[in-house]
Design a protein. Structure first.
Length: 358
């Protein structure tokens, strides 16, 4: 007789699953809030909001709508130059001559119109041509010599500063150009570059709309066009961008040309507001504020990491501080001190975040 054995089904409990690996603080997934706060533009925006709230409490006139219009106007005069500076720095380039080029364009328009008794718009077109010439010359020197753009434009800065003073003194015999507010075409030029609109009973300068328009265009170019991809690629790794077929040399020419065109616009805004050109002091202020806004907005020194949104918020922060301190009666030199402290704190905070990520 053959006996058949049957295997009874296992009735024991299944073996326990291995315990999940514990995550330390470095590998734990961050929440959306923490990821947002880690972005430099968000931190700068929160800082600007906090500073604005402080001035709302400390300086009651800031609460007026006219004060906000003044803040936006002051920010726009800085932002017109800060935007092209940011575009350059995203691609790893610098233009230290941009601020003085603003004054060069204003002097060109004013002197040409007055000395030759020509329509102001002729001076405006000549100023644009001169500014573009300066920009393309800087770009050509960077491409042909291989020198860092920082050094090339530093030389241009010194040359233009001397030329502005020397030519103004030689032509006019003064430290400023003659008044062009009564020249043909000045009223039309002022409407384009320095007019005001009434919005809800508040006078708003057209410069604000120029700034917002440029910011929108710059954002679209960077995020939606082939040229924007080139800018980020060149700033991230110049050699890799060249090997991938990107025209790295042409980028330098175009970027510095754009910066020069914005310098021409800044010069026309200054000339239309003052009715003349003044070669001293203003150019350095344009340059300083533009660079401070770009660095604060990005909180970094690395090419390719700068961006338009952060720059716009950085410009707004500077505008809030300058306007608030002026209302409080604080001397101008304290504004520079505050800007310097903000810049150092922004870079230190960025360095700490980078170390933690590493």
């Amino acid at each position: 007789m053959t006996m058949t054995q049957t295997t009874a089904p296992a009735t024991g409990s299944p073996s326990p699953a291995p315990p999940a690996a514990q995550k330390d603080g470095r590998t734990s997934e961050r929440t959306l809030t923490l990821r947002m706060l880690a972005r430099p533009e968000v931190g700068v925006f929160l800082g600007a909001a906090a500073v604005y709230v402080f001035f709302l409490i400390a300086a009651p006139p800031v609460r007026d709508a006219s004060s906000m219009a003044n803040i936006l106007y002051g920010s726009s005069t800085i932002g017109i130059m800060a935007l092209p500076v940011a575009l350059l720095m995203i691609g790893g380039k610098f233009d230290l001559s941009a601020g003085v080029a603003v004054i060069t364009s204003a002097l060109t328009a004013a002197m040409l119109s007055y000395q030759l008794t020509m329509n102001v718009w002729v001076g405006v077109i000549a100023a644009l041509v001169v500014s573009l010439g300066i920009g393309f010359l800087n770009g050509w020197l960077v491409v042909k010599t291989g020198l860092p753009s920082f050094l090339v434009t530093l030389g241009s800065f010194l040359i233009l500063q001397g030329v502005n003073l020397a030519v103004t003194k030689l032509v006019t015999g003064n430290v400023a150009t003659d008044d062009i507010s009564t020249m043909d075409g000045f009223d039309q030029a002022k409407k384009v570059f320095a007019s005001s609109f009434d919005i809800g009973g508040v006078q708003v300068k057209i410069t604000i709309f120029w700034w917002l328009l440029f910011a929108a265009i710059a954002t679209w170019v960077l995020l939606r066009t082939k040229y924007g991809n080139w800018v980020f690629a060149v700033g991230g790794n110049k050699e890799a961008a060249r090997l991938s077929g990107i025209a790295v040399k042409q980028y330098a020419l175009v970027a510095m040309g754009i910066c020069a065109a914005c310098a021409a616009l800044g010069g026309m805004v200054a000339a239309a507001n003052l009715g003349s050109g003044r070669p001293q002091g203003v150019g350095e202020t344009y340059l300083l504020n533009a660079f401070v806004a770009v660095f604060i907005g990005a909180s970094t020194l690395r090419p390719g990491r700068f961006h338009v949104l952060g720059t716009a918020v950085g410009v707004l922060l500077i505008g809030v501080i300058n306007n608030g301190l002026s209302i409080l009666g604080v001397q101008t030199y304290w504004q520079y001190i505050v800007q310097g402290v903000l810049l150092i704190l922004a870079l230190i905070s960025s360095s700490m975040v980078t170390v933690r990520r590493g």
